[in-house]
Write a protein that binds this ligand. Structure first.
Ligand code: PCA
Length: 226
């Protein structure tokens, strides 16, 4: 009896939402695969959790503000942010977020911070809280090209990733991290790698399922070769 009450209470305290964010197009592109993936998976039920897809502006500061707003609204158990990394050939869960904004091009509001901290006085870096090796292994098992990435860059994606992990210090029960995806076929210029939206959506769906199932990452070779 007491047992039942206890487990019911625990059940109600944990939310069953997954927040999945993508970005609006940037850098002169007409489309961003990450935003399309979030749209595709919005409302899907994976591992007993409902996916809440959301779009973030590709703007320093405003992107983290919108992420936090979405977290307040959806109260997720898991947050996975996705962004486009044109030129990459694989789906790449990111290992680490670093405390620097160093933009090669202006963001969508014309801001171009150079060598600025994401959070003044914050730690140099945060590790992803996602089972990145297990996610890569599952994607590869499904025939999807995937590899762990050792850098999320220093543009708005790393900025959001760092902002997310900084926020999760205060929300200990919530796990989260970042995944970069390649161009869509219509974005790729001659010789550039790409994946279809269907493949990328399946990949991120698989990543969500693994993250919900596995709390302690597996130890396996899954890093990128570069
Ligand atoms: N990719 C950029 C920002 C938005 C996006 O989709 C990046 O890698 O920083």
């Amino acid at each position: 009896m007491a047992q039942t009450r206890k487990s019911r209470k625990r059940g109600s305290a944990e939310t069953r939402n997954v927040l999945l964010t993508g970005f609006e197009p940037f850098g002169g592109e007409a489309i961003n695969p990450s935003g399309e993936i979030a749209r595709q998976l919005h409302g899907a039920v994976i591992g007993g959790h409902r996916v809440c897809g959301a779009l973030l502006p590709c703007v320093f500061g405003a992107a983290i503000a919108e992420l936090k707003r979405q977290m307040r609204v959806t109260k997720p158990a898991l947050v996975i942010c996705v962004g486009q990394a044109g030129g990459r050939a694989e789906i790449t869960p990111e290992r680490v977020a670093i405390n620097v904004d160093d933009a090669r091009i202006p963001d969508n509001a014309g801001r171009q911070p150079v060598d600025r901290p994401v959070v003044r006085g914050g730690p140099a870096a945060y590790w992803s809280a996602l089972p990145i090796k297990a996610m890569v292994a599952e994607m590869r098992r499904q025939g999807i090209p995937a590899a762990v990435s050792q850098t999320a860059g220093t543009f708005v994606c790393n900025h959001v990733f760092y902002g997310l992990m900084h926020e999760l210090r205060r929300q200990k029960k919530v796990r989260g991290g970042f995944i970069h995806v390649p161009f869509l076929p219509e974005q790729a210029r001659a010789g550039q790698p790409s994946l279809t939206l269907e493949t990328m959506t399946a990949a991120i769906g698989a990543a969500v399922a693994v993250a919900l199932k596995i709390r302690r990452d597996t130890r396996s070779a899954g890093g990128a070769t570069h």
